[in-house]
Design a protein around this ligand. Sequence first.
Ligand code: ATP
Ligand code: MG
Length: 313
Amino acid sequence: MAAAISIQGLTKKYVDVWQKQEVIAVNNLNLEVEEGEIFGFLGRNGAGKTTTIKMLLGLIFPTAGDATLLGKPMGDNSVKNELAYLPEETYFYDSMTGWDILDYYARLFKIPEPERSRRVQICLEKVRLQPDAWKRNIRGYSKGMRQRTGIAQALINDPKLLFLDEPTSGLDPIAHAELRDIVASLKDEGKTVFLSSHQLADVELICSRVAIIHRGKLLKQGTIKELVAGDFAELVVQRRGLSDATLGKIKEIAPGTEPGSAENMRISVAEVEKINAIIDIVRGGGGSIISVVPHKRTLEDVFVETVRKEDGS
Ligand SMILES: Nc1ncnc2c1ncn2[C@@H]1O[C@H](COP(=O)(O)OP(=O)(O)OP(=O)(O)O)[C@@H](O)[C@H]1O
Ligand SMILES: [Mg+2]
């Protein structure tokens, strides 16, 4: 599959004029995003996510490095019609209506009537902005309505590649889930989404791959499946009455098992086959299983571990 985004050595240094020191916002970033995937771009506040997106879109110049978007060098005008950007803060003229805003962006993309009105309507429907708000001033819109308008604006040119910087921040749980599902549906339309988000549960649900950056540096990347690998289950087994031979068999399967108390023992294993084998051994030895509790690793676990390890805390 072709790369929608290919980043080589992208670096951005800012000079902090007050502190008279250099801030490396993005530090030698290398990344590939495939066409048709939703790619999660994760990092703490100030990690360098927005700076990266702005460089890719040609809004700020990199200090070093290069990238291609849809096969064209970043900043190339010929590809701009295929791109969309939802900034982390959307600024709209309060005296315009949602419809006017979209119409305005459609004009920027030189979409003629009647196609223009048709696209405006499709986009407003897609983000489920209620129709009675379409012709009302943005001034009276809630945060969620503004965010919907922002996403609709990003969709107006039917882009191939979207950069969404925190599309679901500050929304109520229902609006949040709706907008997350709208972002997920873009994949079904064959679009590529570069999604910067702190909502790790959402990212885990809708992204195929993610990258974690920290202080401008790429710490980890991979599929969600690869990153959250390492699920395990904890079995609590009644120890009393189990023979040494049975205990020996359990130890063969789960060597790290501690003896536990005289009454119970806890056994942690990762593979389903091993869990089943231990259950069989315990039952076969006349013992009983008290509980089997699965522990699922989440993207949040991986994120916290990765960042803490880097910080040495
Ligand atoms: N114009 C600027 N001048 C100086 N430093 C800047 C400038 N823009 C960003 N920075 C610094 O670059 C670093 C990265 O900022 P960036 O906005 O890319 O982070 P982010 O990952 O998007 O964070 P957040 O999750 O809070 O949006 C921060 O240390 C920030 O202070
Ligand atoms: Mg940001």
